[in-house]
Design a protein around this ligand. Sequence first.
Ligand code: ADP
Length: 271
Amino acid sequence: GDLSQRVPVRSKDEIGRLAKQFNNMAERLQEMTRQLREFVANASHEMRTPLTSLNILVKSMREYPLEEEEREEFLEDIDQELERMIRLVESLLDLTRLDRLAAEDTVAMADLVPTVVNTLEMLKKKALEKEISLDYTVPEETAPVFAVLHQIKQVVFNLVDNAIKYTPAGGQVHVSLKQDPNWLVLTVADTGIGIPAEHREKVFERFYRVDKARSREAGGTGLGLSIVYEIVQRHGGQIFVEDNDDGIGSRFVVKLPLIPEAEAAQSVNKN
Ligand code: ADP
């Protein structure tokens, strides 16, 4: 269908207002369609890269007789490309799940400390392997927020995973959870390569990378931060990135709204 159609607005009465609204909706639909097309084009392009590599690897293995050692190297490369594809498809699925209107995820009124700590413990080994110190400052407990816990887990995981990915060996990653009057504030700070100011807003877009080769090297999909952004939005929160202290590395700040006390009391009564 032709999405560029518009209705002429002739009057200021009800019909006029309706026509105007119709035109606004048509415009939004057109924009959404454009975004969807762009997304599908990007996703296909991202899939083509590992598939092309796999194709070449398998063909050359067939064509040339290989020593045992070379064979192992080829298999290692194939394994890596497959892993990349799997991560990409999983991230794409995560995004579509978030897009689904009727989310079957349960929203819990929860203290996020255990979720945050569990996720960090999961990542300790990864940090250690890269000789990066990962530590955190969290209170015993915090006031509750409305949250889908596995999504919050994903936010923490993606941010800390990135901090480890983009910080050279010997560096530090520090996570903190704090509470101010209205927000629960999670920060993930690293002493890594940092993000130049002109990229700071764009890194939350799907498939956007500051350095494509570097992201690829680190096994990135370019979707991690867009998933984080989407989840934070859905929780009524805010996210941004800034320089870490002394301008070395970056600090991601996530703010989630605390439940006003009156409302919290009401929710408890209802259950
Ligand atoms: P990727 O899979 O490429 O890491 P993300 O969506 O998670 O994709 O991040 C987008 C880009 O933002 C990355 O490619 C990288 O350029 C930049 N980035 C994300 N986190 C950090 C960080 N902690 N330090 C420096 N750059 C980062």
